[in-house]
Design a binder for this molecule. Structure first.
Ligand code: GDP
Length: 325
């Protein structure tokens, strides 16, 4: 039985990746950071019905001693580093905490793997946010980076350190540069979930309007379930490498709103209100990924189209709010 250790196991991708690996017969360990809100940590794993199948182990990305102990205890074949302070806007309010967790946390894990478990295969969750102020119309593994937030700067450090540990120490370390990927398990602070949750509340008469930030930004949005499959595929290759996972289609926040409201027969223009509070000090205007390498080498491509994703998310939020009411 293969063993996997996942950081960020309580997040969207951690939950879907756990589900995928359990389905393949893995023993799955999830690193769990002590926090005050311990009662909600298992929410996503519970939603997928797998909370009791993932073994949660105590540790923290900012404490290398805990990572060393966990690697010794769990002896994983594969380590997926998904843990991060991952909300871009919050990274301006807590830039150094974001650096500690998102950048140094990855460094701690790489160093712990090198010292304790160098035979393990390592996956780093890199981000399309690293492209920021885009240098090419369509972004591939070869496109230069230009980060536009403390979050993206931190992710860039983790990305290059992963590459460097591969080249310096021969670790089987791969970096997945994932474009935005969403699902009903997406955190409510991200724009897609904020919109589908808002649509559900408005449809059910629980709210009238939805305050939003920049509607003109465009993103390449896929489904998280497709993207965790890509992570796993990267670690099944003989040679570690870096891969872009994306759909190759970019759509504006405005269009996402239109689709989500239209799904329940509403016009977004009647409900969406632009509010300066949701604008960012520096914006990433456009992201569009080129997933050709992942398709060629990994045989990966996304199954879920944006319209299906929107429908699934709106339906899930309608269900959640109906159940509460
Ligand atoms: P990101 O690409 O990791 O920053 O993912 P987000 O889902 O947080 O944001 C995607 C885009 O939506 C960014 O360009 C935001 O500026 C834009 N956006 C517009 N309104 C909102 C909003 O109310 N909340 C969030 N999170 N993003 C918004």
């Amino acid at each position: 039985m293969k063993r996997a250790l996942i950081t960020g196991v309580t997040g969207q991708d951690g939950a879907y990746l756990s589900q995928l690996l359990l389905g393949k017969g893995y023993k799955v360990y999830g690193l769990l950071r002590r926090s005050a809100s311990a009662d909600v940590v298992g929410e996503r794993l519970r939603w997928l019905g797998i909370l009791d199948q993932v073994e949660l182990v105590d540790g923290n990305l900012t404490d290398i001693s805990s990572l060393i102990r966990v690697l010794q205890d769990t002896a994983p074949d594969e380590v997926y580093n998904l843990g991060a302070q991952s909300f871009v806007k919050a990274s301006w309010n807590q830039p150094l905490l974001t650096g500690n967790v998102t950048a140094m946390g990855a460094g701690n894990m790489l160093e712990a793997v090198r010292l304790v478990r160098p035979q393990a295969r390592f996956y780093q969750a890199s981000s399309s946010e690293m492209y920021g102020l885009i240098q090419e119309a369509s972004q591939s593994e070869k496109t230069p980076f230009y980060p536009r937030s403390p979050y993206a700067v931190a992710k860039l450090y983790a990305h290059w350190l992963t590459v460097n540990y591969r080249e310096s120490f021969g670790l089987h370390a791969s970096s997945g540069i994932l474009f935005n990927h969403e699902s009903p398990l997406r955190g409510i602070e991200f724009v897609t979930r904020k919109v589908t949750d808002g649509v559900a509340r408005i449809k059910l008469g629980l709210a009238k309007e939805l305050p939003m930030g920049n509607l003109d930004a465009t993103r390449d949005w896929g489904h998280a379930r497709d993207y965790v499959r890509g992570m796993w595929l990267m670690l099944q290759q003989d040679t570690p490498d870096d891969y872009v996972l994306a759909t190759g289609r970019t759509v504006s926040v405005r269009e996402f709103c239109r689709l989500a409201f239209a799904h329940v027969g509403l016009n977004y223009e009647d409900h969406v209100r632009v509010d300066e509070a949701f604008m960012r000090p520096a914006e990433v205007d456009v992201l569009l990924g080129d997933p050709a390498k992942a398709k060629r080498v990994l045989g990966w491509q996304p199954d879920v189209q944006l319209e299906q994703l929107v429908a699934e998310m709106v339906e899930a939020d309608l269900k959640r709010h109906s159940a509460r009411g």
